[in-house]
Design a binder for this molecule. Structure first.
Ligand SMILES: N[C@@H](CCC(=O)N[C@@H](CS)C(=O)NCC(=O)O)C(=O)O
Length: 128
């Protein structure tokens, strides 16, 4: 299985969390959105929409929408957290007043202490 991902893409981050929660191993392919690698001819052949993430299965099946990937690999009970954690991480990174929302912060702190969430963070990716 291959995952095309950008380390600081929230849609990639949610897929990395879901794959880690399920213990699914994959080859990581970084796509640097900052320098426009999503528009390289080779990458457009993989995803004509010029975005990440893309998951390609061993049989060549390809999914180019993060929510569809979550649906295929996911567990309904974790989908909300998997979606929300990257959004909270971005909000914190951008200096938003997330601590004003104690339930969201509690969920963030609980989830980010779990190994599957930790291996998926932007800082842990090869292209960071
Ligand atoms: N609906 C898509 C949206 C994916 C998306 O917006 N990806 C962003 C990164 S978070 C992207 O690849 N942007 C390309 C660009 O900035 O040119 C999904 O959920 O997978």
């Amino acid at each position: 299985m291959k995952l095309y991902s950008c380390f600081n893409s929230s849609t990639s981050y949610r897929v990395r969390i879901a794959l880690a929660l399920k213990g699914i191993e994959y080859q990581y392919h970084g796509v640097n959105l900052r320098i426009g690698e999503q528009s390289d001819t080779d990458y457009i052949a993989i995803n004509p929409s010029k975005g990440v993430p893309v998951l390609i299965d061993a049989d060549g099946s390809k999914i180019t929408q993060s929510l569809a990937i979550l649906y295929c690999v996911g567990d309904e009970s974790t989908l909300a957290d998997v979606d929300l954690i990257p959004q909270i991480a971005n909000a914190l990174r951008m200096g938003c007043d997330v601590p004003h929302y104690p339930h969201a912060m509690a969920m963030y702190q609980h989830c980010t202490a779990l190994p599957a969430f930790q291996v998926a963070t932007p800082q842990q990716q090869a292209d960071c």
